[in-house]
Design a protein around this ligand. Sequence first.
Ligand code: AMP
Length: 345
Amino acid sequence: MGGPDKLTDAERAAAIAAFEKLGICTQLAEAAANLGWKSPSSIQEQAIPHLLQGDDVIGLAQTGSGKTGAFSLPILQALLDKPQEHFALILSPTRELAIQIAEQVEALGAGIGVKCAVLVGGIDMMAQAIALARRPHVLVGTPGRVVDHLSNTKGFNLKQLKHLVLDEADKLLDMDFEQEIDQILKVIPRERRTQLFSATMTSKVQKLQRACLVRPVKVEVAAKYSTVETLRQQYAFIPAKYKDCYLAYVLNELSGSTFMVFTRTCDSTRRIALLLRNLGFGAVPIHGHMSQPKRLGALTKFKAGERNVLVATDVASRGLDIPSVDVVLNYDVPQVGKGGGGGRG
Ligand code: AMP
């Protein structure tokens, strides 16, 4: 998803109109545009209209899909209608995610004066108790710490809660938060709206869903290995014996770019890097037969821009996070559809 780029006037107007079309009020549509969101993401498009109608929603979506916006915009809109403290509780499996969610809720709600409190472990309970005393509208927390406050922070309860969100439900359950979630469910009103987001629909998640959602609408977005929309993909069908020649041609045509070239074997990685280097390209190989320091060295050179072509086997490159690559070339047809780093923009 896009970062907070500033939109042009035309883009901004189009973004606001697109969010309004889903039923989002102007103030909040403007807030989304202020974050650089050009149009609603797929999960937002699907979930928001249901949520505004008051349905419970199950969203099968991952981090990166824009799910935080999907669940928080309708909550903020409902809050705008009837402002009250402890309006919504968002449960997240990790502290980092809770903080990230709160930041996004605050950014979207900045114009309507929304107050958030983050209740996570590892941070002083007292400071959080003071934040709770300021009567926040939205609470974001990890289940353990929320339960801690329910039992130990004087005057704090969730009897007025209107919205509950279980984010990353599969992870919440993997991390054994079941008991804490049950405790929370016991002290919040039955009469509320509930949303559950999860990357996967496990039997445990289904059980949780049955326990806390009423006639939910299910929305789903494409799974993990989707490619970014701005990615242009092309396929060249050429005789094997001319492949090297075509490779050199493409690198030359697009010179000035950074490239990752994926190959199937360590040997071909070595051979291609050597070949390209002899042709004067700044190529560096990375493969499983290299020592870890050498691999790191190659990567550092590539990241620092000292070399602009990284030739890699899929295995060696797995999990690499390289922020700016202009062109990805799969020298061989990737063995698995999702492979070859093709999804990294
Ligand atoms: P999430 O999946 O909620 O963790 O969101 C991932 C990232 O996508 C965050 O940095 C959001 O700011 C961003 N984002 C959410 N919705 C949109 C949108 N409609 N357009 C562009 N970026 C978005």
